[in-house]
Ligand binder design. Structure first.
Ligand code: SF4
Length: 369
C-alpha cells in the first residue's frame, strides 16, 4: 500500500479526468478508459493504477507534478527514426497499471504499491517544463518513467504548451491502451514507443495486463498516423524462444514492415534477479528473426559491444549505412532530407534538418521547491 503521506500528497495534485476518458455507469460507478483495464470505479475507490480515483462523483486524475525529470538522448527512449542525435526532456509521474517484476523504473512506477519505491512528487507547471526543454535545447518532450497512458490528461496539458512553442512530443508506454485514449491523445503525441513484452497472454497476465490490448494499441497507434517504434526486452527464460520472437516480429510486420523493432538486453533488476543478462548471441538471433519476417529496421541495444551493424540504420534498398550509432550516440547521419543519399529511397520516420545535431547528455536542474 502507498504510505498515507504519499497518497495524501498525490490526492492534493489532481484535476477532473477528461470527459472523453470517463463513462458514467448506470449503477453510479465511473468507468475509466485511460488504459486497457477500463476500471469501473465505485465512489470512494481507486482504479488498479491507484492514481485515478472516484471522489464526490468525479474521476480525479494526476496533475501538476513530476516524479522524475531528466534530459536524455532521444535514442535512449529509444527512438531511432525521430530527430536522431537530438535531446528529449523526459518526465514521469508516479504509478503504473502493470507491475512487472523486472521494471527498470520501479522507483517511480511502483511507488504507490511498494514501500521500497520512494519516488515523490515535485510540483511543476506545464509552462515550466516547456521552458526547461527550451533552455536545454531539447526539441522533444517525452512522458516516460511511469506509464503515460494513466496520466494522459497531464501529458496533454504539457504537450499543448509544448506544441505552442514548436516542440515535438512523445510517449514511452507499455501499450495497454484503449481506442478512446488513443483518440484523445492523437492530436498531441508525435512519437510513440510501445513495449511488446511477450506474445504469450499468460505472461502478460503475470505482469497485470492483457496481450490483445497491447496488440490492438500497436495497430491503433499506427492507424492514427503517430510515429511508432516497438521494443521487446528479451528476457532469458521468459520471452526468448525462437517461436515467441518469431511471433512478435511477425505481428509487428503485419502492422507495417516499416515499424522499427528494437530488441534489447535484459539485466537483473527490481524483483527479477533469478537470471542473468541476455547473451549477445540471443539478441543477434532476434535481429535475424526480425529481418527474416520482413521488418526493414531491426535494432539491438542495451549491450555495449558486439552488436555490429544492428545499431545502425541501413537503406533497405541498397544497404548503404545511413545512421551509425554507438549506444545512444549518433556517430554519423548520412540521411539526405530523410532519404538514402545513394539511391534516394525515402526512409520512414520524422526527420527535420533544422533540429538534428549533436546529442548532449546532461541533467536539468529542477526548480527549487
Ligand atoms: S488508468 Fe487504467 S488502471 Fe487506472 S483507473 Fe483508469 S482504467 Fe483503471
Amino acid at each position: 500500500m502507498a504510505s498515507s503521506s504519499l497518497a495524501d500528497a498525490l490526492a492534493r495534485r489532481t484535476a477532473a479526468a477528461a470527459p472523453e476518458l470517463t463513462e458514467q455507469l448506470p449503477d453510479g460507478r465511473l468507468r475509466c478508459h485511460a488504459c486497457g483495464h477500463r476500471c469501473p470505479i465505485p465512489e470512494g475507490r481507486e482504479g488498479v493504477c491507484r492514481v485515478r480515483f472516484h471522489r464526490n462523483g468525479t474521476l480525479s486524475v494526476p496533475r501538476g507534478y513530476v516524479g522524475a525529470l531528466q534530459c536524455d538522448p532521444i535514442e535512449k527512449k529509444p527512438f531511432f527514426h525521430a530527430l536522431p542525435g537530438s535531446d528529449a526532456l523526459s518526465f514521469g509521474m508516479l504509478g503504473c497499471d502493470l507491475h512487472c517484476a523486472y521494471c527498470q523504473n520501479w522507483f517511480t512506477s511502483q511507488s504507490i504499491r511498494d514501500p521500497e519505491a520512494v519516488g515523490s512528487p515535485r510540483d511543476v507547471t506545464a509552462e515550466e517544463l516547456v521552458g526547461m526543454a527550451e533552455r536545454s535545447g531539447a526539441p522533444t518532450i517525452v512522458s516516460t518513467y511511469n506509464e503515460p497512458l494513466i496520466t494522459s490528461e497531464w501529458a496533454v496539458e504539457v504537450f499543448r504548451a509544448a506544441k505552442a512553442r514548436g516542440l515535438r512530443t512523445a510517449y514511452v508506454s507499455n501499450g495497454n491502451g484503449t481506442p478512446r485514449v488513443l483518440d484523445y491523445i492523437r492530436p498531441w503525441v508525435d512519437f510513440y514507443k510501445v513495449d511488446l513484452k511477450s506474445m504469450d497472454d499468460r505472461h502478460y497476465r503475470q505482469l497485470g495486463g492483457v496481450l490483445q490490448n497491447v496488440l490492438d494499441t500497436i495497430a491503433g497507434i499506427h492507424a492514427r498516423g503517430i510515429w511508432l517504434e516497438v521494443l521487446t526486452l528479451v528476457i532469458p527464460g521468459f520471452n526468448d524462444s525462437e517461436e515467441e520472437l518469431t511471433r512478435a516480429a511477425r505481428f509487428v510486420a503485419s502492422v507495417s514492415k516499416d515499424i522499427p523493432w528494437h530488441v534489447t538486453a535484459f539485466h537483473p533488476d527490481y524483483k527479477m534477479t533469478d537470471r542473468g543478462r541476455t547473451p549477445v548471441a540471443t539478441l543477434l538471433r532476434a535481429c535475424e528473426i526480425g529481418t527474416a519476417e520482413g521488418l526493414r529496421y531491426v535494432y539491438a541495444g542495451n549491450i555495449p559491444e558486439g552488436l555490429g551493424q544492428w545499431e545502425n540504420t541501413r537503406c533497405p534498398q541498397c544497404a548503404e549505412t545511413l545512421i551509425e550509432r554507438s549506444g545512444f550516440r549518433v556517430l554519423v547521419n548520412r540521411l539526405d532530407d530523410g532519404a538514402c543519399p545513394r539511391c534516394a529511397t525515402a526512409i520512414p520516420g520524422r526527420w527535420d534538418g533544422s533540429v538534428e545535431g549533436t546529442t548532449r547528455t546532461h541533467g536539468i536542474p529542477l526548480p527549487v521547491f
